[in-house]
Design a binder for this molecule. Structure first.
Ligand SMILES: [Zn+2]
Length: 480
């Protein structure tokens, strides 16, 4: 996520949401038959889910979703969102029931498990299907639902905070930002970064509108737009946008397909900087190795933030840049969100305790870009960021111990960027870029944490950075 806080400027009117009701009761299957389906096509979606220490109410560590097939449709006039979600999943432990995140603004219409009709009760932004599964039992769960999407508050004090989840604008468009959670506002999901999964997303929209989602564009049939993710995705890195978009395509390094979606008349000023995406990607590849996914893209939405949603960045129009005609801000945000594809997307944090692992790297890379452009020396920059670091630790605490009610405050951006800079000063530029490149390659399509990062850094550099990293992550004041 983008880091600079700006003034919140959102006043959305949402229509009343449907109350949640249990689906029509039907007899539960007398006996759950053994899963007959072959799940190997989705084995890249296997994960080791864990409970989140900060947001334990989201995600279920006993369920591992391998694949989501989402058929979604949106009617702007009536604000009716309709979905069919087919989840290929594994019980990661013996479970008495299948519990997933789903907004209670959505009404559940029908549920089947392995093709047999069952029930699903919705409460507290969860859906519970009364089916016991033994550990490592695979199952296919299909849920049909509808409603008007309703976002939820973001647990933060950031001045640019917006509600999380799928948002309906006054003109009937849709967009979403959902870190650390909020995917559950538009599909049934194990809404936690430790459970990455593969995705196929189909979005059906009215004539003249476009549906945009995370993943590789997989064609359009009539008014249905298709996207597929062959690399696993964390739920907070999925995106959905519907609007009257103009589409442009470009080629990145190594002929990488790049797609831009923007609204003419609204986003024109930004496009000058967004069209430089191939240049940004080439600059990043030179330092950190090949972009880790088969396509890239940007969808511009009326948000005040930007998000590194996988293969399709969700980029806000950002008031500060609009009002100051500040091209460089959009450029910095693009470098930041693209850098996350190496640091956050392909290798992500297991839990939100380690969000510094995402933001420290993305912030360091962003500074490396902007300092070179602005002619700021490393020494001048370090003097400046040390004073910021001191203020941020005093205000928000150390970056390795983020508070649940203060998600993504600036301390988890600036302080770990300065920590990475300490490692860089000790090993030099070449070894530092090798470290970043090797980390993204080592962690490809996985989740990691502080311990595995420290272990990796020590092995990669042949030195012991344990104390340096722990001190910079845990100290209430700026380390020397
Ligand atoms: Zn970020």
């Amino acid at each position: 996520m983008r880091r600079t806080p700006f003034v919140l400027l959102v006043g959305l009117t949402l229509s009343a949401c449907s109350p949640s009701v249990p689906v029509i009761p039907q007899p539960a299957p007398a006996e759950q038959t053994k899963a007959s389906q072959d799940y190997t096509p989705w084995k890249a979606g296997l994960s080791k889910p864990v409970a989140d220490p900060l947001y334990p109410q989201h995600g279920n560590p006993s369920i591992d979703v391998l694949h989501y097939a989402l058929d979604l449709s949106w009617e702007p006039g009536t604000k009716l969102f309709t979905g069919t979600a087919r989840l290929r999943l594994r019980a990661a432990a013996d479970v008495p029931e299948i519990k997933l995140d789903l907004s209670t603004a959505m009404t559940v219409d029908a549920v089947t498990l392995d093709g047999v009709a069952t029930t699903g009760s919705a409460a507290d932004d969860n859906i519970t299907v009364p089916a016991a599964l033994a550990k490592d039992r695979y199952a296919t769960l299909e849920i049909k639902y509808h409603g008007t999407p309703k976002p939820v508050p973001m647990p933060t004090h950031r001045s640019d905070a917006e509600d999380l989840g799928l948002t309906v604008t006054a003109d009937g468009s849709l967009w979403t930002m959902q870190e650390p959670y909020g995917a559950f506002t538009w599909y049934p999901v194990n809404d936690h970064p430790s459970d990455k999964a593969l995705y196929d997303i189909n979005v059906t929209v009215p004539e003249g509108w476009s549906g945009v989602a995370s993943g590789t564009p997989a064609g359009q049939t009539g008014n249905t737009f298709r996207y597929t993710s062959s690399d696993p995705v964390a739920s907070y890195l999925t995106t959905l946008a519907v609007g009257q978009y103009t589409k442009e395509t470009a080629k990145g390094p190594r002929d990488l397909p790049v797609t831009y979606w923007y609204v003419k008349g609204r986003d024109d000023a930004m496009m000058k900087m967004i069209r430089k995406t191939p240049e940004y990607l080439a600059w990043l590849e030179e330092r950190f190795g090949p972009y880790p996914f088969p396509s890239a893209g940007v969808v511009i939405v009326p948000s005040e933030s930007g998000m590194e949603t996988q293969q399709m960045i969700t980029l806000g129009t950002i008031k500060a840049a609009r009002s100051a005609d500040n091209d460089e801000l959009w450029e910095d945000v693009m470098i930041h969100e693209l850098a996350h594809h190496w640091f956050g997307d392909t290798v992500g944090p297991s839990t939100w305790i380690d969000v510094w692992l995402n933001e420290g790297w993305a912030m360091w890379v962003e500074f490396h870009w902007s300092n070179k452009r602005d002619g700021l020396s490393d020494k001048e920059w370090e003097t400046w960021i040390r004073s910021r670091d001191a203020q941020l630790r005093a205000k928000s605490g150390p970056p390795g111990k983020p508070r649940a009610d203060s998600f993504a405050e600036s301390n988890v951006y600036y302080c770990p960027a300065l920590m990475l800079h300490q490692i860089r000063k000790q090993i030099g530029d070449q070894a530092f870029f090798e470290l970043g490149k090797a980390w993204a390659a080592f962690g490809k399509n996985t989740t990691q944490d502080r311990a595995s990062f420290i272990d990796f850094v020590n092995k990669q550099t042949g030195r012991d950075f344990t104390s340096l990293i722990n001190t910079w992550l845990d100290s209430p004041t700026t380390p020397k």
